[in-house]
Design a protein around this ligand. Structure first.
Ligand SMILES: [Zn+2]
Length: 299
């Protein structure tokens, strides 16, 4: 009897949400808003349901991701001739890894040709962003594969979708206002996840990258660079990395704050290499093109 009552509640809620989305259409031009309103209402009425039961469908997650990505992808046209080449490499490496992911989602890779962005982040539904500042620190495609694999894993393991759902719920409760996607800042996806989720993204991402024929040493090499910077060691003066760091240092500090300590990440990848007998996978492919270095400062 109880079960039927709960089922009836859900049916009524769905019907009400659909009816409401019709009424609201003039104010809410995209379907994703209706999804958000529905989500918020369902949570209010059935607040005792475990969090996992409100899992978004792939279609809902894709619609939400597309809507969020739309706010931030306008106006990122590259300024340097290398930018098109780097964007093409990001797309190729990213898709090679994404086809190995467990969830079948339409992954889109956005290269942001801004050296000040030494970061990467993912949105629900499979939008992956990576900044020129991070790629400028890399030497190999395998290092790029490590970062893209990590971000794909955040989507594949529902971290991004859950972050979205938690934020939607929080905003509803704290602000007393129905959250609209336009009001959700993308920084909530750039801020990093729990340590458990970050380490899971490293593990799953490395496994996907290895299945796409990349070396797990890509992750190790990149994290070693981060570890050196974390210790305050600066790259050789005059090297491309040193040039880039002049403009990225502020954002890199943000990256360190939002991710576990590089040494812990390296230790985990090394355990993974031993577990899977990946010791022979040492060959890395040099990165064919890199973002242009920043202009020399005026003397
Ligand atoms: Zn992460």
């Amino acid at each position: 009897m109880k079960r039927w009552l709960a089922f009836g509640c859900v049916v009524l809620l769905v019907a009400a949400a659909l009816a409401w989305s019709e009424v609201r259409k003039a104010h809410a031009p995209v379907d994703t808003r209706a999804v958000l309103y529905f989500l918020a209402d369902t949570e209010r009425e059935l607040g005792r349901l475990p969090f996992g039961l409100t899992r978004l469908s792939n279609e809902e997650e894709i619609a939400i991701g597309n809507e969020l990505a739309g706010y931030d992808t306008r106006g990122f046209s590259g300024a340097q001739p290398q930018d098109a080449e780097v964007a093409a490499i990001v797309e190729r490496v990213g898709q090679q890894i994404a086809v190995r992911a467990h969830r079948k989602l339409p992954y889109t890779f956005h290269y942001i040709p801004d050296l000040r962005l030494a970061n990467a982040f993912a949105l629900p539904g499979g939008h992956i962003f990576i900044g020129a500042g991070l790629i400028a620190m890399m030497d190999t495609e395998d290092q790029l594969a490590a970062v893209l694999g990590h971000e794909i894993a955040h989507v594949d393991r529902f971290h991004c979708a859950e972050r979205f759902q938690v934020e939607a719920r929080l905003r509803k409760l704290n602000l007393g206002v129905v959250g609209a996607l336009a009001n959700l800042p993308l920084t909530i996806f750039q801020a990093g996840y729990s340590k458990t989720q970050e380490l899971e993204a490293d593990r799953v991402g490395t496994e996907l990258a290895v299945r796409a024929s990349y070396s797990p040493l890509g992750a190790v090499g990149l994290f070693e660079k981060f570890a050196a910077l974390d210790r305050g060691e600066s790259p050789r003066a005059g090297s491309p990395q040193a040039e880039v760091l002049r403009v990225t240092l502020g954002t890199l500090t943000g990256y360190f704050r939002s991710h576990p300590a590089p040494n812990e990440r390296i230790a985990q990848i090394q355990r993974l290499i031993a577990e899977h007998n990946w010791e022979q996978l040492t060959r890395e492919k040099t990165l064919a093109s890199r973002p242009a270095p920043p202009p020399k400062p005026a003397p």
